[in-house]
Design a binder for this molecule. Sequence first.
Ligand code: FAD
Length: 420
Amino acid sequence: MFDVKCDVAVIGGGPAGLSAAMAAKESGAKNVMILERDKSMGGILQQCIHPGFGLAYFNEELTGPEYASRFFEKDKSLGVSFVPNTMVLNMEKNGTLICSNGEKGMMAVHAKSVVLAMGCRERTRAQIQIPGTRPAGIYTAGTAQRLINRQNEMVGKRIVILGSGDIGMIMARRLTLEGSKVVAVVEIMDYLAGLTRNKVQCLEDFSIPLYMSHTVTRIVGNNRVEGVYIAEVDEHMQSKKESEVFVECDTLLLSVGLIPENELTKAAEIAINPVTNGPEVNQYQQTSVESFFACGNVVHVNDLVDHVSMESEIAGTYAAKYALGQIEPEEGFVGCTPGANVRYICPQKIRLDAERKPVTLFFRAVRPQKNVRIIASCNGSTIYEKKAFKVNPGEMEKVTVDVAGFTDGQQLTIRIEEAV
Ligand SMILES: Cc1cc2nc3c(=O)[nH]c(=O)nc-3n(C[C@H](O)[C@H](O)[C@H](O)COP(=O)(O)OP(=O)(O)OC[C@H]3O[C@@H](n4cnc5c(N)ncnc54)[C@H](O)[C@@H]3O)c2cc1C
């Protein structure tokens, strides 16, 4: 085992890790290292060859690889060390990372601060337990995306997609453009899981049918998928037997949610939020173990990569400040608790110190609602209010609050109410 020392170690070379490393370097950290298990940097964006990235961050429309390469080139010019083919296997609370490197073998990285940017993985058939046989032809949407866009392999000709998440809708369009017939996109909830813009651009523009409040009840086929049964569900998510129909297809894609990659986070005993399944963070993206910062999909699943970059720059900046001993002493903290129709708020805590810069809070609605007021309050007093035409669980919301007058132990709440 060989030992390496650095100021800031970043685990994961996706858009979160690339942005965090850039900001850490720009904030004065000398040795910044990205440890990435893949052979190249860019994370999931390497397989997202469609446009739609960068509208908020660069004010222009880029593909995933173009978006990632902008940060990669910037990191290169700043002197960030890229360490590909390196899987971080374990993480100790003192900042020691035990890694396996494809060429050099085992490696111990000793970092003054660490940025967790491991992204997330897709839920599979095992997690949603669809009954039926176990034939070939069942893929997660992301696996199909990788096969088609990076390996030039087609996955099937007649496709059913379960789940209306963004990856599933984007793959419905991709498969159609490649000559497959997408016969149905099936969503168990009565609202969309992904962005409305993807429903319009990926399904409606290609006349792909979307069945809300429906699910796949059974998979049929021996060697290869031959079809699936689809049924409507009631308000308790139970399928209505009488509505069940057989749909012939040779491929089933699953777009049924993402799970933040937090096995390492748990090993270092960092507090995990039970709703997001990611580490709890303050507005500096600092976790409960103070030398560890976290950003991107490992914290909470983001719909837009632009938000990932913005929050990751904060993580990188404060990881550098921590490594350089520049973080202001803590004067207390304010907890952030979701109120009516809010599923979670990120960050979960606001650290109080001499900085007192305005804080942006990201949150998601529990259910869709139209003509609403979004209200942030601190210990019962309203500190921010805005009207919105609609909220949707598939689309992340944000508010920025002034924290200058906050005091230790207060509670901030965000709630969504019907506008009167
Ligand atoms: C399959 C899939 C497809 C997606 N498609 C789209 C899309 O089309 N459009 C869109 O806007 N958003 C898409 N997203 C959302 C997208 O993931 C986020 O916007 C963004 O990529 C998140 O960035 P990240 O850096 O947090 O995660 P990632 O891009 O997932 O990067 C995480 C990186 O960490 C590395 N890593 C993980 N664990 C370790 C370890 N132990 N050691 C070393 N390295 C490690 C991974 O190899 C990976 O490179 C997709 C997500 C997934 C999962």
